[in-house]
Design a binder for this molecule. Structure first.
Ligand code: ZN
Length: 85
């Protein structure tokens, strides 16, 4: 009987060790939710300071001008804004 208990204990230890190695395991719902959060709606909109157009951050061209981060709808707007600045 004691042998059986020991075996169960070993099995339990092995199982918890396995879970520690793979924390997301088969029921990794948390990670999935976290990942899909970004690409869905609620994307940040930015304004092009040159022409005033609003566009999603993922489509905007970014540039650091005089220490400030600006976002543009096109390269044309970016170069025009740089000339002005
Ligand atoms: Zn523009």
């Amino acid at each position: 009987m004691i042998k059986l208990l020991l075996l169960a204990l070993l099995f339990f230890l092995g199982y918890s060790f396995f879970q520690a190695l793979f924390p997301s395991g088969p029921k990794g719902e948390k990670g999935e939710k976290h990942q899909s959060n970004r690409s869905k709606s609620g994307e940040q909109m930015v304004q092009d300071p040159q022409c005033g157009t609003y566009l999603p951050l993922s489509e905007a061209l970014s540039a650091n001008i005089q220490g400030q981060r600006h976002y543009f709808c096109s390269r044309k707007c970016r170069s025009q804004f740089k000339k002005k600045a």
